[in-house]
Design a protein around this ligand. Sequence first.
Ligand SMILES: Cc1ncc(CO)c(N)n1
Length: 224
Amino acid sequence: MEGIERTVMTDTWLKKHRQIYLGATRHPFILGIRDSSVDISSFKRWLGQDYIFVRAFVPFVASVLLKASKESYESADIDVLLGGLAALNDEIAWFKNEASKLGVALESVVPHPINLNYCRFLESITSPDVDYTRAITAFWAIETVYQQSFAHCLEEGSKTPDDLKQTCLRWGNDDFGQYCRALKSIADRQLAKASDDVVAKAEVNFLSILEHEVQFWNMSRGTV
Ligand SMILES: Cc1ncc(CO)c(N)n1
C-alpha cells in the first residue's frame, strides 16, 4: 500500500456533507453567543435541556466503552473513552452548578419532544446490535459538533460575553479538541477496516446526528 493515498472516511463525509455540518456547528444559536446577541432565556433553556441530554448520554458512552473492551484490542481506545466518561462526570457537576447560579431548577425541567427524540436516537445506538465502529463514529460526531461550535465562540474576533466564556471553554478548550481528534482517529481506523454496509450505516448515523444537533439548537433558541 506504500505510496497510495488512503481515504480518511470522516474527512470524506465532512467534505461531502459540508453544508449540513456547518448548519450544526455555525447555527444561529452559536452565532448569537459569538456576537453576544443571545438572550438569557434561550441560554437557560439550552442549559436545562442539555442537562437532560447529558444524563442520557452517559449510558451511551458506557456502551461504547463496553464495545471497545470486547471488540477492540487497542487498550489506548479504553483510555480515550475513560477520559470521555471523566469529562462527562465533570460536565454533570458543572451543569448543576451553572443551573443553580442562573436559577434553573434542573429537576423540574420538562424534556422537550426534540430532546426526547434525540435521546431515543441515543438509545437506539446503545443497543448491543450496533457494532463498535458505528458506536465510536457516532460518539465522535456528537462530541465534535459541540467542540467545533463552542470553539468558534472563542476564536479571534468573537464577542462572546464574559459570563458565557466558561461554557464555551468547557467544549471549546484545547484538551477537548485533542480528545475529539483522538475519537476521530479511532473512528477512522475502525471505518477503514469495516464492511461497506457498516460504513454506509455509520454515514447515515452521522447525518442523523447533524440533523438532531440542528434541531437541538433550534429548540434552545425557541424557534420550534
Ligand atoms: C445536544 C448535545 N450534543 C452534544 C453534546 C456533547 O457532549 C452535548 N452535551 N449536547
